[in-house]
Design a binder for this molecule. Structure first.
Ligand SMILES: *[C@@H]1O[C@H](CO)[C@@H](O)[C@H](O)[C@H]1NC(C)=O
Ligand SMILES: *[C@@H]1O[C@H](CO)[C@@H](O)[C@H](O)[C@H]1NC(C)=O
Ligand SMILES: *[C@@H]1O[C@H](CO)[C@@H](O)[C@H](O)[C@H]1NC(C)=O
Ligand SMILES: *[C@@H]1O[C@H](CO)[C@@H](O)[C@H](O)[C@H]1NC(C)=O
Length: 334
């Protein structure tokens, strides 16, 4: 190792113009990691023999105050399958960062200060299945950012400043999970989820969405779980969920919904879980639930002081009010 270090230092002095005293090398999570002024210069296995028997090599580079990554920094660890580089200070994901890591299936970039992802930044990561971008400072995504991610299954980008645009995720043909909770989403433009035919879990909670148009869900018939909790929805317009024929869990808690009309949940015959707590429900037409034979509504309804077991069996229009958070709505027939 000492010999390698010497060779490395000589190389880096000539090639990268980094002086010896700026270079800081350390053993970290079984890796030999070199940094110079916050720039990750190289990563090597501490024990090359030990990794030969490991199937899934994970690189753990969390919390090293990395601001940038030199070209070829990952050359010696090219066959790794997971990279955890969270809790660092990367601001721009450059297209040269991950070119060597073409076997990666999992990339965790959480909690950096990312503002930009260059076009084709992940283009070599053809095996990538999970990409985690939560807790960054992303407000927009370039359409070319997803180039090459044909096999991505999960994209987590919660706690950023993302605003949705048409075709924003186009190219992620096999995406199944899209988590965009806690962003700056005020509206969902038609076509925002274009090109994502296999979305199964769509999480949009803790944004500022005030209206939903049915056309945004066209072509998303595979969605199982939709989280719109803690937004600013005031109404559930008739038929807005009609394309979501496989939906089984729907979160609408923490909105400002006052009224549920008979057609609010049209098309959701297979719904199993519906979260309505922390709304301002005043008026409910129970016909809204008549086709959901197996639904559980949280926090439920109390009619004449008893909790309704099978909401789909109840008929009529009710005036309701909320006694307290998480308590069933108390309703009387009009
Ligand atoms: C991964 O790369 C190291 C260093 O190049 C090598 O020694 C090791 O055999 C490789 N492991 C696998 C599973 O290919
Ligand atoms: C983000 O990383 C910093 C260290 O860089 C840490 O102190 C903080 O707790 C992390 N925050 C989250 C949300 O993980
Ligand atoms: C996040 O980005 C905004 C501009 O998009 C900037 O004003 C703000 O300072 C950034 N915050 C951090 C923590 O980098
Ligand atoms: C209804 O729900 C119960 C329990 O959640 C489950 O066992 C049953 O299979 C469901 N029936 C249908 C028709 O989905």
């Amino acid at each position: 190792m000492r010999f390698l270090l010497l060779v490395y230092l000589l190389l880096s002095v000539t090639a990268e113009d980094v002086s010896v005293d700026e270079m800081d090398c350390q053993v970290y999570n079984n890796l030999y990691v070199c940094l110079a002024n916050g720039v990750l210069q190289s990563v090597a296995f501490e024990d090359v023999n030990a990794v030969q028997t490991i199937e899934d090599i994970e690189l753990h580079l969390e919390g090293l105050e990395i601001v940038d990554i030199a070209k070829d920094a990952f050359l010696e660890v090219a066959n790794s399958s997971a990279l955890y580089i969270r809790d660092n200070e990367l601001t721009v994901i450059s297209r040269h960062y991950f070119t060597a890591l073409d076997q990666l299936t999992y990339l965790d970039l959480k909690n950096n200060t990312i503002v930009d992802i260059e076009d084709a930044a992940f283009a070599r990561l053809r095996n990538l299945e999970s990409l985690l971008l939560d807790y960054n400072n992303i407000s927009t995504l370039r359409p070319g950012a997803w180039k090459g991610l044909n096999d991505l299954h999960e994209l987590y980008a919660t706690n950023n400043n993302i605003v949705l645009k048409r075709n924003m995720f186009r190219g992620l043909r096999h995406l199944e999970t899209l988590a965009l909770d806690s962003n700056e989403i005020t509206e969902v433009p038609i076509g925002a989820f274009n090109g994502l035919p296999h979305i199964d879990l769509l999480y949009l909670s803790r944004n500022k969405i005030s209206t939903i148009q049915p056309e945004i869900f066209r072509g998303l018939g595979e969605i199982n779980e939709l989280d719109l909790g803690r937004n600013q929805l005031k109404t559930v317009s008739g038929g807005i969920f009609r394309y979501l024929r496989n939906l089984n869990s729907l979160w609408l808690n923490g909105n400002h919904i006052v009224m549920l009309k008979a057609d609010a949940f049209e098309g959701l015959d297979n719904l199993l879980l519906l979260f309505l707590n922390s709304n301002e429900l005043r008026f409910v037409d129970m016909a809204a639930f008549n086709r959901m034979k197996n639904v559980t509504v949280d926090p439920g309804f109390k009619i004449r002081d008893s909790l309704v077991d099978n909401v789909y069996k109840v008929h009529g229009r009710f005036r309701c009010n909320s006694v307290a958070f998480q308590f069933p709505y108390e309703c009387t027939e009009i």
